[in-house]
Each structure stands twice: as C-alpha cells, then as structure tokens.
Design a protein around this ligand. Structure first.
Ligand code: 5GP
Ligand code: MN
Length: 331
C-alpha cells in the first residue's frame, strides 16, 4: 500500500499515519493489544509497534484479551518477551492501541481498558470497523494491519530491526495469503522486511510449518465430516465442516488452515468452518471469493471481517448456527 492507494476511513477521530505517530509520541506509556485469539497480523502489528516504542524509550506492553493459553503466533513473534497475560496488563494505560481489531467486543477481557485508558488509538484494515477508539487509522484497502503499522513507524523515524521485521513479515504474509493479494506494494514491503532481517523460511516453519503428529488423524476426521451444499449462497454453494470442542481444545492453532482446504473444493462458493469453543458456543470462519460479501454476512450475524474472509461468534446448536449462516448467505 502507498499514499495513492490508501483509502483512510474518515469520521471523528480519524488520523493519517503522521497523526497516529503524533498520538504515540505524546503518550507517557502504551498498552498495545490486538483481537482475541490473535492471528499473525494482530500479534505481529502489536509486537512490532510495542518493540519500536520501547526502543524509542516509551514504556510499552502487549497483551491479548484471550485465550489464556499463548497462541503459536504470539510465542513465535515475541522474541523479547514483551507480551504479558491479560491479567497482568496495565490497568490504566496512558494510551491504549488496538491493532487489527474491528469492534470493541473483539478485545475480549481487555475491552475495559478502552474506558480506563486516557485515550485510545485503533489501527485496523477491516471494512467492518466500528469507531470505538478516540483516534483511528483505518484503511479497508490495506492488505494487512502491519502495512499501516509500517507507515506509522516510518513517521516515527523508527528503524526496522530483525524482531520488528519478523513481526511485520508474519502479518503481511498471512493476511495477503502468501502474497496472493496486496500486489507489488506488498511484495516490495516483504522484500524490505527480508532485507531488514525477517527470514521467511525459518519464520514460516515456526509459524505454520510444524504440527503435532496427532493432528493428522484429527484433521482427517474434520475433513471426513465436511458437507457440500451446492444450492446454498444463491447457487454459489457452501462447503462446511465442524471442529468439535475436544479437537478445538487440543488443536486450536492447527485448525486455522482447514478453512482453506474447504475453500479449495468450494469453486466460486463459500467455505465455513464451525469451531465449538464451549458447549453450544461457536466461532465461525468464512472464506470466499468476495461475492457474496462475507464481511456483510458476518456482520449481520454479529461478527465482521473482509469481503473474502470474515468470521463471527454465536451461541446455539450446530444446526441453529448452520441455519443462520444459510439464511445470511441467501439474503
Ligand atoms: P478468522 O476466520 O481468522 O477467525 O476471521 C476471519 C477474518 O474476519 C479476520 O480478518 C478477522 O479479524 C475478521 N473478523 C472481524 N470480526 C470478527 C468476529 O467477530 N469474529 C471472527 N471470527 N472474525 C472476525
Ligand atoms: Mn488483519
């Protein structure tokens, strides 16, 4: 992304990267957070930003509002140990920065910090962004939140060391689907980050290249239970599968690639992975081609996201979730 392609969301509190840098420069101390169950974009954005702030002498901490168990993305990127459990996150930070987070509820256990912090800054790229912070830097056409963080770091005059480069590269690679989206700008940024010390082979192996042996059988069971509904989504089709609570507890970090497997068989249709997070509580990941607009579908079901990748959380039986999803896709 560059200046000419950016489409910053307007509205009260809207800032450009220079404005975001000014907010950060005036902060006495900063708590940087991302959405619950952080993916590499959320974790990478938060860790890169907090690392740069610390290097510049501003006290900065990173935390995520759930789950308690540290996700692989965070463990792999947190080389300096700047991520603390949610329970240990500063209670009244001077500035709260929310990365890759489209709505207040996506902060989970840390959503109270929005009220307790003196001010807040959201840095995000979801079209479904809901203005919940004092300031926001939001570009729905940015391929990843890390591209926005990179621009803020440039405004701050912060150098990109290997820890920051790794964190930014992880988010860029993941959210662009391995540079499928984001065009030449994403690739140029990728090259810049590799020059600055991100090592794709080592990093991607740590992020997603290794799995426990037991995942082979667990994945086979999930995929064997997949169903195809060619008439769903107004004839575009729906392929869905379920990860039960037991498998989710054991293999949560591994399950993220499954929805891609489903999508590969969905033609121009939609893939949905229903993950049972507790009894009758579900997290649903949606993937598609952009039509239908899954951000719209997920937002109507209480979630959010992007046209081709979205999600929502909802309670009910499996069949109730499926019925709601079919209705959403038919609307
Ligand atoms: P995922 O499949 O990784 O859970 O989510 C897909 C995309 O939708 C991500 O970019 C995620 O940030 C976005 N998203 C926005 N709001 C929600 C939500 O309420 N639930 C979920 N699961 N994803 C959401
Ligand atoms: Mn993202």
């Amino acid at each position: 992304m560059n200046e000419t392609t950016a489409q910053l969301l307007p509205g009260p509190g809207a800032v450009d990267p220079a404005g975001a840098a000014a907010v950060l420069r005036h902060a006495r101390d900063v708590l940087v957070v991302g959405h619950v169950r952080p993916d590499a974009d959320a974790a990478g954005s938060a860790i890169a930003l907090a690392t740069a702030l610390r290097r510049a002498g501003t006290p900065a901490t990173v935390a995520f509002g759930g789950p308690d168990q540290v996700p692989d993305t965070v463990a792999v990127l947190d080389r300096d140990g700047i991520v603390v459990p949610a329970a240990e996150a500063p209670a009244d930070p001077d500035l709260l920065v929310c990365c890759d987070t489209s709505a207040r509820r996506r902060l989970g256990d840390l959503s109270d910090r929005l009220d307790r912090a003196r001010s807040s800054l959201a840095i995000d790229h979801h079209a479904s962004f809901t203005g919940f912070a004092t300031h926001h830097l939001v570009d729905p056409v940015a391929p990843a939140t890390v591209t926005l963080v990179r621009r803020v770091l440039a405004e701050l005059g912060a150098g990109i060391d290997p820890v920051i480069a790794r964190a930014l590269f992880a988010g860029l690679y993941t959210d662009t689907g391995g540079f499928r989206w984001g065009g030449a700008d994403a690739m140029r940024l990728g090259a810049e980050l590799v020059d600055a010390g991100a090592e794709p082979r080592e990093l991607l192996r740590e992020l997603s290249g290794t799995r426990p042996f037991g995942w082979l059988a667990a994945q086979a069971t999930v995929l064997a239970g997949a169903r195809s509904e060619p008439d769903a989504a107004c004839g575009a089709g729906l392929v869905w599968a379920v990860v039960d609570a037991c498998t989710a507890t054991r293999y949560r970090d591994e399950t993220v690639t499954i929805v891609g497997e489903l999508l590969a068989t969905a033609g121009d249709g939609v893939a949905a992975l229903l993950t049972e997070t507790a009894a009758d509580a579900w997290s649903v990941s949606l993937r598609g081609t952009g039509a239908p607009d899954l951000s719209r579908v997920a937002t109507a079901l209480g979630g959010g996201g992007h046209p081709a990748a979205a999600g929502f959380e909802r309670t009910g039986t499996r069949d109730e979730i499926l019925a709601a999803l079919r209705a959403g896709l038919a609307a």
